[in-house]
Each structure stands twice: as C-alpha cells, then as structure tokens.
Design a binder for this molecule. Structure first.
Ligand code: GLA
Length: 670
C-alpha cells in the first residue's frame, strides 16, 4: 500500500513540472461554482453521498445541483475537458437535467435531457485556444426539484502553468472586498424608520436609532399622551389609547452638537408601516439555535452598532418547540401542557425571560410556527391550537410571528385559493384576539400568488419564493424575479423575497462566509432595499467582518428600504444583461439601481456572455425616469453627490454588481 502511495505521489510531482498536466474539477476553488441548491461537493454528491450514476460509483468528481454554473479561465492553456455526467442516484424521479459545456461563450457539447437512472454520458471536448470554459447544468426547463447532478471524473487537461488556482482566478478578480460606506459622523444623526404604527391600548416600543459619539441624549416634542422617551437610551415606551396621527419631533444631542428629525406615529389598525429590519436565526443556525445564541445575537445587534441604524427584530426560526419523533433528550418531551399551552424544548428553558432580555436592550423578539401539526423541521406546530399559541406568544412578549405552511400541506384538501388562505386567516383571528402588536409574516413560498391576497388575510408580509441560499443563481433569481409584484406592496403589507445571505451563514452549526462575491452582496442589499423587502440578516452577528458591517450600516441605503411612502421598486429596463429598477420616494426623489446581472437568467448562453471585463457602462435616461429637467444624482453606497445631469446618467457597474443612486429634480420640473 505504502509503495503504491509513493509511486502516485511522484507522478503528481512529475506532472506539476511537466509541460502537460491534468486538473481534477474537485481541486478548484468550488466556491466559483454557483449552484441552485446546497453547496458543490468534492468527490461526493450534493447531498454528501458517494457519487453514483445509474449504479456506477465514482471516486472523483463534483456533485452539484441545477442550475449550476462554473466559469473557468483557461487563457488558451487548456487541451481538453472530459467527464462522465448524469443525475445522481440519490435524486428522485422528478430529477431532470441537461449538462452543457461552453468555450468562449459557444456551446461545445450538451448531454441532452438526462433523468435518474440514465447511464452516465461521457463528454470529451477539445479546448485548444479557448479562453473561458463554462460548465453548466440546466434544469431541463421543468424547475430544479431534485436536480442532483454529477460531473464525475471531470478533468481539464492543459499545458504550461495551468493550476487549480488559475482556473478560478478570473472570478477572484471581482472578489476585492471594497468598503464603500463612509463611517457615520461623530455628530448626532437620527436614522431608521420615519413612521411607526401601533394599535390603541397596546404596549408601545420604539427605540430611536441614532449614530454619533456616546453619550447621546434624546428628547421629543409632540409625543402622544401615554408615551415617554428615556433620555439616555432613546426608548419610547408606554401605551396610547387615542387613535390618530402624531407628528413628533425627535431630538438627539451629544458633546459635538444636536439634531432633530420627525417621526410620524400612527395609532390605529395598521402596524409594520416600514419593512421589518432585524435578524433571524435560520440562515446561520437552523436547528442549532438555542437560548444563548439568541441572547448573543441581541447583544451583538447592539454592540456592533446595527441597532443604531434601525435594526430591531431578533427572530427565532424553527426548532424551539418539542420534537415529537426524536431520541434527542434536549428536544423530547410533552408537546403541550394539559391546558393546551405549547412547551419549549430544553434549548429554550424560559422564553419569557428571553423575551425580556431582548426587550431590555430596546429590541423586539420574533418566533416561528406552522399552521400544520409540525413545522418544516418536524417540531410541534399550531394546528388546532392557534388561539392557545397566539395567547402564549403574547404572554411571553413576542412581537413577530413567522407562520410557515410546512405540514399544513397534509391538512389542506387541495391547493385551491380558499384552502391556501384558510390557515392564515385562522391565525390572523387568533392574533387579533390578543392585546399585543405582533407582526404577522406569512411563509408559504408564493403558492397561489400569495402577493395577490396576503394583505387580505391580514399578513404584514408574505414570502414570495422558496428558500434563498448564498449563491448568485438563488439570490439573483429570487431578487430579479420580483418584477411585477410591486403593485401589491405598501405600508403594513410587504412582499418578502426571503432573508439576507451576507456574512457568516451556513444553516448551522458550522458556518461559512457567504458564497456571494462582494459585488453580488452589494446587489443583494441594494435590490432588497429597492424592493421594500423585510431585511432579516441571516448571519452570525457576533462575527461580522468590516465588509459585512459596511453592507448593513449604510443609512442612505437603509433609508431607501424604510422610506415612508412604502412603494416597492419597479423594473423599467431589462436587456438580459443589464437591468434598471426605480423606487419612488416620499420626498419626490427616486432611488435607481443600475445592475449588471451579466446574464444571470436561465439562458445558459447568456450566462457565459461574460468576456472577462470587470465593469460595464450602464445608462439611465431622463425619459426612462419621467424627468423633464436637470436632475441631481447621489451615489448612495459612497454617500457622495455625483453632480447635475440633463439627458442621461451613466455609471461603470461591476460584474454582477450595482450602482445605487438617488435622483432628484434639480429645478426645471421633474
Ligand atoms: C422553511 C422556510 C425557511 C425556514 C425553514 C425552517 O423551509 O421557508 O425559511 O423557516 O422552513 O424549517
């Protein structure tokens, strides 16, 4: 055995110095492979099993999931690419994929549609002279369900100095982490929402978000009767009984100066007048969440400075309840007390004290359930106990409920509109019966065009899609797929394209830096802000690097999301490679996103249109914006005025990136 190993090692060394060499696909930086679900796996299927196609096992290769894209920079040093491709045996019968190989944006080979059980097809492609090699797995035009796809024994043979690192170096060129957000000034500045709604007679909590050298002192003029502001923390608390609209002047001062800003408090039926901003446990911890992790998220929300920019919700997702079918002693137990009250599992020993802990920091707390008997992860849910649960949430002090369809799929008779609406209306009634403001977040992945009726059943927001993951295809597919939904959103009722995937994510317990490249992360935050989407951070708040903080603490970008007019952006231009999105703002200005999506759509040829350029000029015209006179442009990420323009404005936009600007009339009409 030993001598075989030595012999193998010397071949590898010999290859490294010889003019011709082979590189196995699994040896490249697999974060360069963008995939539709999960993460690409070296020498394993996407689910982590040995690679297996139609019963044949392969020791080498990469397991991926449609839609999967990988661009490798050969610079003419390649000789051939070969692989055995097919659907992995772990998939089910719904799987159907098509493998394609591109060279310099031309299709060189395709497998045709392949299904589970089809024997592997051998692909051999000559690469002489090719600069960019594109490996693509499409969904065969029937959606990506179970599309587990293997590039088995995939090898690039080449000449010269080809190395695994060089193959993905082109992608790394756009990976410079550039911090654009200037630091907040030391003088006081009030940030965050400019309008806040609460119901009469309910507990009120709004923390003034403000930056500036500490200590800051807060004051107000015009708070309605029943509310007071704590001068040291800026927390406004109390209860207002009289419905009405109250314009309040908030003030903040420190040793360097003072500032003031209006907050419109609306006491009435409507809450959630701007998209909720906060943190949710799922995209980082998934079922590894526990009381301590939630407390530490609350601590970090404050200590990192996020709270000073308006971030306020700390939301527990799935896995806090009892899990009926498990041997895990932490999760086992009686699902409910004899009076119907739901029990927590041992990872959450005292939900009320946890809620108090979060509230004492001036933050709010959210929880999660399903209208079915079980949550998506198989924990106890609210079916036939909706009123018990709403009462329990209120008595714990919960401020936000994410209500996730999951096992209700087995209860619903069919997927007709009445059946889709029913469970959400039932929980709405239960929430209405408690004397606490609880933001109601519907989660059913967009079934039955939920955006058309989510507000009618009393949702404050509704997920429009399946689950997001930290890949370009997932994020951009979801984000840019929101076009047309803008007519359904407004103050108190928002489209929810799922949570943010920046920072350290991973669906716990182990985490990894988001696979989105820096440009893609700017696109993610800019697009979600334009879309008036709930902003729920899905990373470990304790371990945010400076780049992640820069993404999440830009007050001018956040102001786009939190604009009181509550108008979601609409897409005004899309040529497959570039898109323009416009959001009307309360002061008459417009936030405009100029995006270079670089063919992030479904068309694989489009995808590989990238010619290696790192930026591209994108133009928006006055006519497209409906402007008739000169207009002023401000770069929101850099917080910098760019000047006054007349006919059009152009910007250099990075690959998969964005330039986000605010455009206001500069005289002469708009
Ligand atoms: C579904 C939801 C996710 C998350 C999980 C929890 O997949 O869409 O956001 O809440 O359930 O199990």
């Amino acid at each position: 055995m030993k001598s075989v190993f030595v012999a193998f090692a010397s071949i590898v060394i010999a290859c490294a110095t010889a003019p011709s060499q082979t590189i196995r696909l699994e040896d490249i930086d697999l974060s360069a492979m963008d995939i539709g679900w999960g993460s690409p796996q070296a020498n394993l299927s996407v689910d982590g099993n040995p690679i297996s196609i139609a019963g044949t096992k392969y020791a080498h290769g990469v397991g991926t999931h449609a839609v999967s894209k990988c661009l490798l920079t050969l610079n003419g040093n390649g000789r051939s690419f070969s692989a055995s491709v097919g659907v992995d045996d772990e998939a089910n019968d719904r799987a159907s994929v098509e493998f394609m190989v591109f060279g310099d944006r031309k299709l060189l080979w395709k497998s045709g549609v392949m299904k589970k059980g089809d024997p592997a097809k051998v692909c051999t492609v000559a690469l002489e002279g090719i600069k960019l090699l594109g490996l693509y797995v499409g969904d065969a035009a029937d959606g990506i369900d179970y599309d587990h796809a293997d590039w088995a024994d995939a090898v690039v043979s080449g000449m010269g100095n080809l190395s695994p690192h060089d193959l993905t170096a082109g992608n790394a060129a756009e990976n410079n982490e550039q911090i654009l957000t200037p630091p907040a000034p030391e003088t006081p500045r009030i940030n965050g929402a400019r309008v806040f709604g609460a119901r009469p007679g309910h507990l009120f909590l709004f923390t003034i978000a403000a930056t500036g050298k500490r200590p800051l002192r807060f004051g107000e003029v015009g708070l309605p009767q029943g509310l007071t502001v704590d001068p040291a923390s800026g927390r406004i608390t109390g209860t207002v009984f009289a419905a009405g609209t109250y314009p309040v002047r908030l003030t903040a001062s420190n040793a360097l100066g003072s500032t003031e800003r209006e907050l419109r408090i609306e006491i009435g039926d409507r809450i959630c007048l701007t998209p909720p901003m906060g943190w949710n446990s799922w995209n980082c911890w998934a079922c590894a969440v526990d009381d301590q992790k939630v407390r530490s998220a609350a601590d970090a929300m404050v200590s990192s400075g996020l709270a000073d920019h308006g971030w306020s919700y700390i939301n527990i997702d799935d896995c806090w309840e009892i899990k009926p079918a498990t041997n895990d002693s932490l999760l086992r137990g009686e699902a409910r007390a004899s009076d119907g009250r739901i029990n927590t599992n041992r990872k959450f020993p005292d939900m009320k004290s946890l809620a108090e802990y979060v509230h004492e920091k001036g933050l709010k707390i959210g929880i999660y359930s399903s209208p079915g008997p079980l949550t998506c992860a198989g924990f106890t849910a609210s079916y036939l106990h909706e009123a018990d649960d709403a009462r329990q949430y209120a008595s714990w002090g919960i401020d936000y409920l994410k209500y996730d369809w999951c096992s209700y799929g087995k209860i619903a008779k069919d997927r007709s509109l009445p059946e889709l609406r029913k469970p959400y209306a039932v929980m709405r009634r239960a929430l209405d019966a408690v004397d606490r403001d609880i933001v109601y977040s519907l989660c059913q992945y967009g079934m039955g065009n939920v955006w058309e009726w989510g507000a009618e059943v009393g949702g404050n927001c509704w997920r429009t899609t399946g689950d997001i993951v930290d890949t370009w295809s997932s994020m951009s597919g979801i984000g840019f797929g929101q076009a047309g939904h803008e007519v359904y959103a407004g103050p108190g009722h928002w489209n929810d394209p799922d949570m943010l995937v920046v920072g350290l994510v991973g669906w716990g317990p182990s985490l990894h830096p988001s696979n989105l490249k820096p440009n893609e992360q700017y696109t993610h935050i800019s697009l979600w802000s334009l879309l008036s989407a709930p902003l729920l951070i899905g990373c470990d708040l304790d371990r945010m690097d400076d780049f992640t903080k820069n993404l999440l603490m830009n007050d001018e970008v956040i102001a786009v999301n939190q604009d009181p007019l509550g108008k979601q952006a609409r897409r005004i231009f899309d040529d497959g490679a570039t898109q323009l999105w416009v959001k009307d703002l309360e002061d008459g200005s417009k936030a405009v996103g100029l995006f270079w999506v670089g063919g992030g759509g479904k068309d694989p040829v489009d995808l590989f249109k990238w010619d290696g350029a790192t930026s591209r000029k994108i133009t928006v015209t006055a006519q497209q914006l409906g402007l008739t006179g000169p207009f002023a442009v401000r770069d929101l990420w850099r917080q910098k005025d760019l000047g006054v323009f007349v006919q059009e404005f152009s910007a250099e936009v990075g690959y998969h990136g964005v330039v986000l600007v605010r455009i206001s009339s500069a005289g002469g009409g708009r």
